[in-house]
Design a protein around this ligand. Sequence first.
Ligand code: GUN
Length: 288
Amino acid sequence: MSAQLIDGNALSTEIRLRLAERAAALASRGVIPCLAVILAGEDPASSVYVRNKVNACEKAGMLSLRDTYPADVDPALVFARIAELNADAKVHGILVQLPLPKQFDSQAVLEAISPEKDVDGFHAENVGALMQGTPRFIPCTPYGVMEMLKSRNVTLKGAEAVIVGRSNIVGKPMAMLLLAAGCTVTICHSQTRDLAFHTRRADILVAAVGREKMLTGDMIKEGATVIDVGINRMADGKLCGDVDFASACAVAGLITPVPGGVGPMTITMLLSNTIEAAERAAGKRAKT
Ligand code: GUN
């Protein structure tokens, strides 16, 4: 079998057209969706992600604010800025890029963001809502993955879904979404004893570990849908995923490429969440 690609760029373009209509409808009511992004430290990958997020807002006719801080910033300054952004009615979404420098209590920072503006969906209230099956903001990467599965009508009810990686950003929320959609979900991680035993059972395999090409074709079931969330920079400077694309393509039914797969979808769903936040805020104002 030679796998078909799920093209994240093409799907993003399609979704962003619909988002542009929603942004235009808001603009006609005098509301321009605005995302505020906070970056602390000089992590090169984070800087690229933040730049891409800010650029995507501009292209979508949205506003963005970017605050950057040196790696040794006093956390009090960041907390003060978050409080300001929480209180600013013109700001609809707030995102603090992770990871944060070591002097930060990351969870405390995420909890400081108003849940109504938490477009990452990382605040405990939003995590709890997702867990209860009543999501308010769905974390952008797993949200994008669900959209990719939907775009190809991948059967979710009763499917065996295996997620490799248990992060708060991807693995755990991904599990909740697939579970809600009717999958039987397994989460594997660094202490999983026989990883291949689990991955070979997967109808849907989501790789989110951050290790270059660690899932190879022999670990994948014939015809499986393989979603590669990893973005790793190889020694030659090129990007690759957590899946060994060449060997996986020979057995998978559907597969996402890296780059051009989940990455653009993450940003698209961030735009979607920000527009959603703006619509909710505008709706609230219309009623008062
Ligand atoms: N770092 C890696 N992925 C993400 C993400 O989706 N949101 C934030 N805030 N930081 C990240």
